[in-house]
Design a protein around this ligand. Structure first.
Ligand code: URA
Length: 237
């Protein structure tokens, strides 16, 4: 149960003050009866709420898939840079979603956003072995020795030993390579640092899969959409 004015302001129908005025005008009905009090306790999942003749579709959580562009930080706030939250429409931003894990400022591709803390935890905890697949361009030739080193577990510059990772070489010659990397964890700059430890440099990085969901290729960089019920179920595993 929650206060009626809080429910409606959380859904973006106005400030608490504005909502109080709307209620006072008799424009809000709960289960067919005009609500008289803005502090009324309502269960928005069970009660029918009609505002100005229109039934509200209540949802507590939001789940978004974004094709993150380069130059934007995966944070909810930044002093200098544009954030992924700045790319959201107000009706989605009102749910206060946050990124599920982070992509570097120059990394593009699949980024999930939600306000569902429980699912977020499940998706980013290495304990649950959720696959994240990256497409990367590398400045040098990538060989079988690198594939083996990734499989055994790369040791990063700070001494951290990574979990086993799958490295798949798509093309490779002495001018550079294209690869897929599958990780089940998400350390800071992990893909870049893994390649640095074998003396190579990532020159382009795009996440293409997360937890069984592929990046929707119809999304241009900077665009996003809500996940379907089926996609949310895939993430819940
Ligand atoms: N690894 C990186 O180095 N950067 C990212 O953005 C994601 C994974």
């Amino acid at each position: 149960m929650e206060r009626l004015d809080k429910i409606l302001s959380n859904l973006g129908y106005g400030s608490r003050k504005e909502i109080k005025a709307i209620i006072k005008k008799g424009l809000v009905k709960i289960d067919g009866e005009i609500a008289k009090d803005n502090s009324l306790q309502v269960d928005p999942e069970k009660s029918q709420i009609i505002i100005n003749g229109e039934e509200i579709i209540y949802k507590k959580y939001i789940y978004l898939m974004m094709n993150k562009p380069a130059g934007v930080v995966s944070a909810t706030f930044d002093k200098y840079d544009e954030t992924i939250i700045d790319l959201l429409y107000p009706e989605d931003a009102i749910f206060e979603p946050f990124p599920v894990g982070r992509l570097d400022k120059d990394t593009v591709g699949l980024l999930l956003l939600t306000n569902d803390g429980e699912l977020n935890h499940k998706l980013i905890s290495p304990k649950y072995h959720v696959d994240k697949i990256y497409y990367a361009k590398i400045n040098k030739e990538v060989n079988e020795k690198d594939v083996e080193a990734f499989e055994k577990g790369i040791t990063l510059d700070d001494g951290y030993k990574c979990m086993s990772a799958k490295l798949q070489v798509l093309s490779s010659n002495n001018e550079g390579s294209e690869v897929y990397v599958t990780l089940q964890e998400g350390k800071y700059h992990q893909v870049k640092r893994m390649f640095e430890s074998v003396d190579k440099k990532v020159v382009y990085l795009k996440r293409i899969e997360f937890g069984g969901l592929s990046l929707d290729e119809t999304l241009e960089e900077g665009e996003y959409r809500e996940l379907s019920e089926e996609e949310i179920e895939v993430l819940r595993g």
